[in-house]
Ligand binder design. Sequence first.
Ligand SMILES: Nc1ncnc2c1ncn2[C@@H]1O[C@H](COP(=O)(O)OP(=O)(O)OP(=O)(O)O)[C@@H](O)[C@H]1O
Length: 282
Amino acid sequence: MTVQRPIDAAQPGVDAVTTRAPKAVKLENVSVVFGRGEKAVTALAPTTLDLEKGAFLALVGPSGCGKSTILKLVSNLLAPSSGVVIVGGKEAKAKALKVGMAFQNPTMLPWLSIERNVMLPLKIVPPYCHRFRAERKGEFRDRVHALLDKVGLTGFGDHFPWQLSGGMLQRASLCRALIHEPDLLLLDEPFGALDQFTREELWAILQDLYLDRRPSVILVTHDLREAGFLASRICVMSPRPGKIISDRAVDIPRPRDIGLIYQPAFVEMTQELRALIAQVRK
Ligand SMILES: Nc1ncnc2c1ncn2[C@@H]1O[C@H](COP(=O)(O)OP(=O)(O)OP(=O)(O)O)[C@@H](O)[C@H]1O
């Protein structure tokens, strides 16, 4: 596949209808400081950031620049020291949106089969939890197996986590993040521990899953090709204190083919990002 349109930093991302599109997430002048006095660490300097509904944002930057801190704010695992975090039009603590999450370590419960691990959000998240008893052997089970099929795990529903490879567990983890059809997907280096081939395979799978329902996505990654392949927008962050220093669109039509990452315009974009990160790491 060829890149049909230039990668243009001046345009809104391909997944954002316009910059006036409804916002899934808004950070308004949000900062996070850990500790007090001389030991205080500003994990995030006052930051303002909007994520359009259905957009795919990648956060990249050196270690310690505040990427995970932003995910924790949005998922309400962390309260801001100042400013306000709006998710689905309300403060993050109101939990106005259904959220799905996946991390570098898939953290499956070892005593449950893959089917039951993937089904867990349906047991916990309204409105599904009210129907869980009635549906766990019916509609919900079918839904889990349909998703396992999509990620190439057909027939592994009755296996236990220890019977799967790292790549297979990460596929199952994506299923668990998506089973309750979240409006917002938060991904913290989900493919960081995988080999390059498995990783590329999972980029394509994640893209398909994203195109199915178009949730809003925030992906934290150290892999610039992963960011460029998957995202409609890439924010680069710098550390001490954590802040966003660049916010650019990735204006490449979807579905994207993996061959894209070898295209000159794509390589140029990742090299620019790399140079920016190398500067702020010093
Ligand atoms: N609970 C905490 N207490 C004190 N400092 C913290 C805490 N959590 C994070 N920090 C600090 O806040 C800063 C931002 O951390 P954060 O985990 O968001 O960075 P990151 O960009 O996700 O890093 P990495 O890429 O290594 O995962 C770092 O300097 C970190 O040491």
